[in-house]
Design a protein around this ligand. Structure first.
Ligand SMILES: Cc1cc2nc3c(=O)[nH]c(=O)nc-3n(C[C@H](O)[C@H](O)[C@H](O)COP(=O)(O)OP(=O)(O)OC[C@H]3O[C@@H](n4cnc5c(N)ncnc54)[C@H](O)[C@@H]3O)c2cc1C
Length: 272
């Protein structure tokens, strides 16, 4: 049975932040709810209040400017990201990875920000966003702060977010705009499934960025490589950076093996 909670529908950002400054410890905010309500149902979390971000105006926007980059609002769904012209044309790795996240129906609810805040080692949006260079914007009644995504996620399902804060948006830099990219995800079945291990690769000008999911407590971004770096050198760097576990879905040995396979395939597939 679903744990009893009070549903809160704030009419403005100020109202939400004022509520969180007094009830933050007892509240979970949500947008798609595809992670939160699974966790409530399974008893992993039992908040007294759940606050709906979708009733707050202005949190759903996806926009782009040449100065700032791509801004992805807290309530923008994965399908809205995939349908966005600038994303498709100028940040192709986000589209390729986003299409791997669950099913079309789920992506109509699931948000990009919810995927990041969940901070699952296998979250499909984290690795491509790490490769592109992304900041997380947090707001509370105390003010606003901006943290690089790699620092925001601190461990398995843990982040730097405080009880009175929300993520208002993500900002993807223009550093790797128009860069080609690819994403490879190992699943147990051919249909939709959580990633057993996944690799994102972005090729910009003379550089290459590689990030790996489900192979360490947090997604791992490797140091930037020169575009001519041999595949063996990148594989060696990846193997030193990851620390995969054995679990019901896969052995650590097979995860390591597939990381090398995906790096090689992506380097062959993604145009320079
Ligand atoms: C059947 C199924 C299949 C799935 N398959 C995949 C998959 O293939 N790949 C994958 O990566 N994920 C998958 N997921 C997980 C999930 O759908 C994604 O992580 C999704 O992107 C979460 O977004 P959401 O808006 O639903 O998050 P929510 O459930 O609304 O929120 C998730 C968490 O983040 C917090 N939160 C949300 N938004 C904010 C905010 N703006 N500020 C602060 N905290 C916030 C919530 O309190 C909660 O703890 C799957 C889930 C289900 C149920």
């Amino acid at each position: 049975m679903l744990h009893a909670f009070s549903y809160v529908a704030p009419r403005s950002l100020d109202e939400l932040l004022a509520f969180l400054s007094s009830h933050g410890d007892d509240t979970r905010v949500f947008s798609g709810g595809t992670d939160l309500f699974v966790n409530i149902r399974s008893g992993l979390v039992s908040p007294q209040y759940v606050a709906d971000l979708k009733t707050v105006p202005g949190l759903r926007e996806i926009s782009f400017t040449g100065q700032e980059g791509l801004s992805i609002g807290a309530c923008a769904t994965v399908n809205e990201l995939l349908a966005h012209e600038t994303v498709c044309e100028r940040y192709p790795v986000l589209r390729i990875a986003g299409e791997e996240l669950a099913t079309l129906q789920l992506r109509n609810r699931a948000t990009v920000v919810g995927n990041i805040v969940t901070a699952s080692p296998c979250g499909d949006m984290t690795s491509p966003l790490l490769c592109l260079g992304t900041d997380v914007v947090l707001v509370s009644a105390r003010g606003e702060r901006r943290i690089p995504l790699g620092e925001f996620i601190t461990g398995v399902k843990t982040t730097q977010i405080a009880a009175d804060e929300i993520v208002s948006r993500l900002i993807v830099s223009t550093d790797r705009i128009d860069a080609s990219g690819g994403y490879r995800k190992l699943k147990r079945i051919k249909g939709h499934d959580l990633g057993v291990v996944a690799v994102a690769l972005v090729r910009a000008a003379n550089t290459m960025l590689v990030a790996i999911s489900s192979a360490a407590p947090t997604p791992v971004l490797l140091p930037e490589f020169d575009a001519r770096t041999p595949v063996a050198e990148i594989q060696k760097s990846a193997q030193a950076a990851i620390s995969p576990i054995d679990d019901v879905r896969c052995t650590s040995e097979y995860r390591r093996f597939m990381v090398d396979v995906y790096i090689r395939r992506l380097m062959e597939e993604v145009p320079a």
